[in-house]
Design a protein around this ligand. Structure first.
Ligand code: AMP
Length: 248
């Protein structure tokens, strides 16, 4: 596996799959790498903790960073190129062009993280333009992010196929997330309330199950597929999760 730090040094051969990530690799990321491996000649994983998708007071400074560990995990899952550019290359002085989704960027997560999806859509378009992948892989865990990327690609005629893969969970039901590393043992126990509440597949029942926790939202979202989604804060950690509602 090659580790590439600048767009100029990047090269791909044949049908190419891109998996955009922020590192802290777990089985969720690895499932995307493996899916990309199955379908493409070249698999590129980008590792970039994108400052533009973090709000003031969020966890940009604390976000887990361990490139060596991530590189080993990516290589083991079949990644050919780990693309890890610096923020100064992707957001040079004078940068001022943003991709904004007027509606989808400002509902649910977007209400609590106002510039988040602008940061996500912009970095994804930049990565698509740099890597020129045939396919790009995202997790259902971030259902609104997947919806945002699909909308952006359709609206701006970006020639890439978006693949969305199922949420990978720990044995106890907690969706894998780089942010789970922030949870103390007793917080992790409390965090299990989130998947248990969503497993009811009913917004009222889920709201009742989450009663007493610091809940940002519990809502049915009309993405494709439709989901029951929620965000809660456990201490300083903000967790999101969703379940697909099959009965559409
Ligand atoms: P991140 O590094 O958190 O930005 O995530 C990179 C990609 O992995 C995104 O498309 C996420 O939706 C996906 N992902 C994160 N957690 C999971 C999970 N538990 N299961 C499946 N995909 C995931």
């Amino acid at each position: 596996m090659k580790v590439v730090r600048s767009a100029a040094a990047l090269s791909t051969e044949g049908p190419t799959g891109l998996v955009p990530t922020m590192g802290g690799f777990h089985e969720g990321h690895l499932s995307l790498f493996r899916a990309a491996r199955d379908e493409n000649d070249t698999v590129v994983a980008s590792l970039f903790v994108n400052p533009a998708q973090f709000g003031p007071g969020e966890d940009l400074g604390q976000y887990p960073r361990d490139e060596e560990r991530d590189a080993r995990a990516a290589e083991g899952a079949g990644v050919d190129v780990l693309f890890t550019p610096g923020a100064d290359e992707l957001y040079p002085p004078g940068f001022e062009t943003w991709v904004e989704l007027e509606q989808l960027g400002h509902t649910l997560e977007g209400k609590f993280r106002p510039d988040h999806f602008r940061g996500v859509a912009t970095i994804c378009l930049k990565l698509f333009n740099i890597v020129r992948p045939d396919r790009a892989y995202f997790g259902q865990k971030d259902a609104q992010q997947a919806a945002v990327v699909k909308r952006m690609v359709a609206d701006l005629n970006v020639p890439v196929k978006i693949r969305v893969l199922p949420t990978i969970r720990d044995a106890d039901g907690l969706a894998l997330s780089s942010r789970n590393a922030y949870l103390a043992p007793e917080e992790r126990e409390l965090a299990l309330t989130l998947p248990r509440a969503l497993a009811t597949r009913d917004p009222e029942a889920a709201r009742a199950a989450l009663n007493g926790l610091d809940v940002d939202y519990v809502a049915v979202a009309d993405f494709e597929p439709r989901v029951l989604a929620a965000a809660v804060r456990i201490g300083k950690t903000r967790l999101i999760d969703n379940v697909v509602l099959e009965d559409q």
